[in-house]
Design a protein around this ligand. Structure first.
Ligand code: TRP
Length: 333
C-alpha cells in the first residue's frame, strides 16, 4: 500500500515489560487500535528503552514476543498500521546518537522520570537511563510524527523532543516536524483497585491492585471483589468516592454508558452486585484478547514474520529523515 500523504503521522511506543494492564488497555492501546486507520500510525515496542534497567536475557526475549502478541491481540493490525520492534530498525539508535549532540546535560538532568528512576535503581544509574529521552526523541522525529498519544507522565519527554527539534531546525534549517502530545477524545485513566488515588501500575508490588489483560476470568473476578470502595454503599460518581468512581470509569469505558445511566442501573443495589457487573464486563472484553493472544503465541513463526515485515515498513519510512539529518550535519555519504 502506498503511503497516504494526506494522513497525519502518529507515533507511540510501549515497553515490553511483561505485564500489560487494564490501565494500558483502556488508557492507551484500545484507543490506538480505534485510531490506527485515521492516521499514518506507527506503534513501536521499545526494547532498547527497556534495557535502561537491568533485564534478564531470557525474560526480555519472552517479554518482547509476548508484548508484540499482546499488541496484536488488542487489535493493532499490521495491515493498517506499522507495528514493529524498536531494535529491528537501526535508524532509531543512529538518530539517537546524532541527536545526543543537540540535547543538553542540564535539560536531561531535569527530567522527572530520570530523577525517579535514579532513585528506584540507585545501583545502576547508567548513561542510557540518562539519555533515554534522546532515544525517545529519535523514535518520534525519525518519522516526522505530528501526534504522539502518551499519558501525562510522558509529556515532559515530548516537550524535550520539541526542544531538540527546534534547536536542530534553528541551526540547520527546517528538518524536523514538531510533534504534539495527543490526548485521545475517549480514553480513561484507570486507578489502582487497592489504592484508587494511585494510577493502576504493573510495577505495584501487589498484583491485586491491577488487572492484567491476560489474567484468567476467575482471577479478574476475585480482584474486583477485593477492590477498595467506601462505606456509603451507593454507586455514585464523586471525587470523595475514588474507589467507586474508578470502578464506574472502567464500567463506563467498557459499556459506553455515562455515569448517570450507571448510577440508575445500580440504584438500590449494593457494591457486591456492582463489582460483579464490572468484573463480568472486564472478563467479556478481555476474553477475545486473551484467546487471540494464546493463538498467536502458538504460532511464533507467524509472529516473527509480522515483526520483521513491520520493521521493514518502518525502516523505509525512517530512511529519508536519517539521510537528511546526516547531510545537514555535514557527514559524508
Ligand atoms: N517512554 C515511553 C513510556 O515509557 C515509551 C516510549 C518510547 C514512547 N518511545 C516513545 C512513547 C515514543 C511515545 C513516543 O511510556
Amino acid at each position: 500500500m502506498a503511503a497516504d500523504k494526506s494522513k497525519q503521522v502518529m507515533f507511540s511506543g510501549i515497553q515490553p515489560s511483561g505485564i500489560f494492564t487494564l490501565g494500558n488497555y483502556l488508557g492507551a492501546v484500545r484507543n490506538w487500535s480505534v485510531m490506527q486507520s485515521d492516521f499514518d500510525s506507527l506503534f513501536c515496542l521499545v526494547d532498547l528503552h527497556a534495557i535502561t534497567v537491568r533485564q534478564d536475557p531470557a525474560t526480555l526475549r519472552e517479554n518482547i514476543m509476548r508484548g508484540f502478541a499482546v499488541l496484536m491481540a488488542c487489535g493493532l493490525d499490521p495491515e493498517r498500521c506499522t507495528l514493529f520492534v524498536q531494535s529491528h530498525v537501526p535508524a532509531h539508535s543512529q538518530l539517537s546518537w546524532l541527536l545526543g549532540a543537540y540535547a543538553q546535560f542540564g535539560e536531561l538532568s531535569r527530567m522527572t522520570q530520570f530523577k525517579d528512576k535514579s532513585q528506584r535503581y540507585a545501583d545502576n544509574i547508567n548513561a542510557a537511563l540518562f539519555t533515554y529521552p534522546v532515544l525517545m526523541a529519535a523514535d518520534i522525529l525519525l518519522y516526522q510524527a505530528e501526534l504522539v498519544p502518551v499519558g501525562i507522565d510522558q509529556k515532559q519527554h515530548v516537550e524535550l523532543t520539541r526542544d531538540i527539534a527546534t534547536r536542530f531546525n534553528g541551526i540547520y534549517g527546517d528538518t524536523f516536524t514538531l510533534p504534539d502530545v495527543y490526548f485521545p477524545k475517549v480514553g480513561a485513566k484507570i486507578m489502582s483497585l487497592l489504592d484508587p488515588t494511585k494510577k493502576m501500575s504493573k510495577s505495584d508490588d501487589n498484583p491485586g491492585s491491577y488487572v492484567a489483560v491476560l489474567d484468567e476470568p476467575d482471577v479478574i473476578i476475585k480482584k474486583f471483589r477485593r477492590a477498595v470502595t467506601d462505606s456509603e454503599a451507593r454507586v455514585r460518581f464523586s471525587p470523595d468516592k475514588p474507589g467507586v468512581s474508578n470502578l464506574m470509569t472502567i464500567y463506563a469505558a467498557l459499556t459506553e454508558r455515562d455515569m448517570a445511566a450507571i448510577e440508575a442501573e445500580f440504584e438500590g443495589k449494593g457494591y457486591g452486585d456492582f463489582k460483579q457487573a464490572v468484573a463480568e464486563a472486564v472478563v467479556e472484553t478481555l476474553r477475545p484478547v486473551r484467546r487471540r493472544f494464546l493463538d498467536l503465541m502458538e504460532n511464533p513463526d507467524y509472529l516473527l514474520e509480522c515483526c520483521h515485515k513491520g520493521a521493514e515498513k518502518a525502516a523505509k519510512k525512517a530512511e529519508p529523515t536519517l539521510k537528511l539529518v546526516t547531510e545537514r550535519i555535514g557527514l559524508i555519504g
